[in-house]
Ligand binder design. Structure first.
Ligand code: ADP
Length: 166
């Protein structure tokens, strides 16, 4: 059984993330979504909220396409998290060239720590490549319409967090 780990902050989960999740599911038998605590990034949503949002979006995907998704919060090293969940592959999304430098370093360092775990990069559909949680939050904060970037549930959660009622 092939287990894959897709780690991220998911603050909040976007249509870019769900695009990658659906592609990743075609490559593994069980997809573990690692939701990082990431205190450094000062997330807008708490870990519990982010996990609940990822679970709800994934329940919808699994209901539609089948497959197995497990949502797993983690605070330790990514490579240790991969070992904990029995993953043989780490899945990451690549957007623009900007993502590459950081990801390149991460693969190198993770490989030095555990050469048996492979990292695989996936690209979202062209319409969803530019979506980033950071920009979605910025648009929502300024009262813009984020419905092209997130599901209605997440759009409403953002509106509520920024004090706007739909
Ligand atoms: P963000 O960088 O938007 O805050 P995360 O840290 O949660 O998001 O990202 C988790 C993973 O998902 C990373 O590998 C990131 O590159 C990938 N990802 C996020 N948005 C997209 C997208 N629109 N297309 C492809 N990959 C994406």
């Amino acid at each position: 059984m092939r287990i894959g780990l897709y780690p991220g902050t998911f603050d909040p989960i976007t249509l870019g993330h769900t695009d990658i999740i659906q592609r990743a599911m075609a490559l593994v038998d069980r997809l573990v979504i690692g939701v990082a605590i990431n205190r450094d990034k000062g997330p807008l949503f708490s870990l519990e909220e982010r996990v609940a949002m990822v679970e709800a979006e994934c329940a919808e995907i699994v209901g539609r396409t089948g497959g197995e998704i497990v949502v797993h919060p983690f605070e330790n090293l990514l490579i240790d998290c991969a070992r904990d969940v029995g993953a043989s592959v780490i899945l990451r999304g690549l957007r623009a060239v900007a993502d590459f430098e950081y990801e390149f370093q991460m693969v190198g360092m993770n490989r030095a720590m555990d050469a048996s775990i492979e990292t695989v990069f996936l690209m979202a559909d062209a319409r969803r490549q530019a979506i980033a949680s950071k920009l979605v939050k910025e648009i929502a904060r300024l009262g813009g319409d984020v419905s092209k970037f997130v599901t209605p549930t997440i759009r409403d959660a953002l509106a509520e967090r920024y004090g706007r009622k739909n």
